[in-house]
Write a protein that binds this ligand. Structure first.
Ligand SMILES: NC(=O)c1ccc[n+]([C@@H]2O[C@H](COP(=O)([O-])OP(=O)(O)OC[C@H]3O[C@@H](n4cnc5c(N)ncnc54)[C@H](O)[C@@H]3O)[C@@H](O)[C@H]2O)c1
Length: 263
């Protein structure tokens, strides 16, 4: 009987992966985990100073990283950034389409204003599609690649915490992920979404908790594990989806939610 070959301990070594929204929060934490595993990380964000600082810190820690100023609302910038990444690093093996905004929360659907609604959809949903539009041809030309889109538990169920625009945008990300996964599965592309619950120490959890300890305790009590998630818990799941250990997983929307959706 022959055993399955053991996987390398650095399964992401040498791969070139784009992280949009990598200047802060979950994107930055994921960039750190990927770089520690030997990935060449291209951080793209509208927020330049922390993005440059993150890329420099990754390089100083022995990793390889670059920063690219890019607004996911602008197709020309997205296309130019991807061309720059390929010029700089030679290829594109993966993309974490993570950039997102949380606005219009605490407002019922009829109370949402058009400007906020359009901005949330434009960044969270159309932004992911714009990135995929320019990532997919590069990956197809190389014979394959892996895309992880950032949805949310709000892409899988509605709640009264984050508002209809955000919920609609994240449901859209899950639908887009599944549609594209079907379209490109036979051509070597794997496309999945991660769906975290609330993650501590992010700008979004701060907005949701609103500096109100009682509200924070109530929200945390919604989670069967009795707490919200950590940056590392999302970053590790994303890194795992990029690895060959998940070579049979595509079109999946993965809850990272301490059991919230099992209830
Ligand atoms: N924090 C949470 O609790 C939570 C839970 C579930 C899902 N998410 C999702 O995780 C992703 C990251 O959120 P976070 O909590 O790390 O937020 P964050 O605000 O800390 O980071 C978001 C990053 O995206 C960047 N960004 C925003 N608009 C952009 C644009 N137009 N173009 C390029 N970059 C842009 C910001 O500059 C920032 O660096 C989002 O898609 C969010 O919806 C967050």
């Amino acid at each position: 009987m022959s055993l399955h070959p053991l996987r390398t301990s650095r399964p992401l070594a040498g791969k070139v992966i784009l992280v949009t929204g990598g200047s802060a929060g979950i994107g930055r934490a994921t960039a750190q985990v990927l770089a520690a595993r030997g990935t060449v990380v291209a951080i793209a964000d509208i927020d330049e100073a922390p993005g440059i600082a993150t890329a420099l810190a990754l390089c100083e820690a022995g990793g390889r990283a670059s920063f690219h100023r890019m607004d996911v609302r602008d197709s020309t910038q997205v296309q130019a950034t991807l061309q720059e990444i390929v010029r700089l690093h030679g290829r594109l093996d993966g993309a974490f389409n993570n950039a997102g905004v949380l606005e219009g929360l605490f407002l019922a659907s009829a109370e949402q204003d058009e400007i906020t609604w359009s901005r949330v959809i434009d960044v969270n949903l159309t932004g992911v599609w714009r990135c995929m539009k320019h990532e997919i041809p590069l990956m197809l030309a190389q014979g394959g690649g892996v895309i992880v889109n950032h949805a949310s538990v709000a892409g899988l169920y509605a709640n009264r915490l984050v508002g209809a625009a955000y919920i609609a945008s994240k449901h859209g990300v899950v639908g887009l992920t599944k549609a594209a996964a079907l379209e490109y599965a036979a051509q070597g592309l794997r496309i999945n979404a991660v769906c975290p619950g609330i993650i501590d120490e992010t700008s979004m959890s701060e907005v949701i908790f609103g500096g109100d300890a009682e509200r924070e305790a109530q929200v945390k009590a919604l989670y069967p594990v009795g707490r919200v998630g950590t940056l590392a818990e999302v970053a590790e799941a994303v890194a795992w989806l990029f690895s060959d250990a998940t070579s049979f997983i595509t079109g999946h929307a993965l809850p990272i939610d301490g059991g919230l959706l099992a209830a």
